[in-house]
Design a binder for this molecule. Structure first.
Ligand SMILES: [Zn+2]
Length: 131
């Protein structure tokens, strides 16, 4: 199937490599700022003195939408599915899917990293955190 795959570059490889280890990684600058997705320079101070750090995998839901129409043929068997923004406990945000019934999603809902293998990639998805 014509499936849209992530583009792995030297810049983004540490992110994908961490997921293969079951971890979520983000960039952390000497100024204290942490972010995703990967960038050459810190989005706060534009500095390049940064490194990769592993996160705890804990996060919370910031927002989401539920797609009822597939905008790519590869996803036509998945609708309805959610696309969510989650904020890691360490601060960076990312776009992902939350593996929970759509009517249970809430702003601030605690979720945890749930790496899923798909099309040869380890993908960062999230699931509700155990109470
Ligand atoms: Zn910085």
């Amino acid at each position: 199937m014509d499936y849209p795959l992530p583009q792995v570059t030297p810049l983004t490889e540490p992110f994908w490599g961490a997921l293969r280890r079951g971890r979520i990684a983000f960039q952390a600058c000497a100024c204290g700022h942490r972010w995703l997705p990967a960038r050459e320079a810190c989005p706060r101070c534009l500095g390049t003195d940064h490194r990769w750090e592993d996160g705890s995998g804990r996060a919370q839901v910031v927002s989401w939408v539920v797609y009822h129409t597939a905008h790519h043929d590869a996803f036509k068997d998945r609708v309805p599915y959610n696309v969510a923004i989650v904020e890691l406990a360490e601060g960076p945000r990312l776009i992902t899917n939350v593996r929970a019934p759509h009517d249970t999603l809430r702003v601030g809902m605690p979720v945890v990293l749930a790496v899923e293998e798909e099309a040869g990639f380890a993908l960062a998805r999230f699931a509700p955190a155990a109470a």
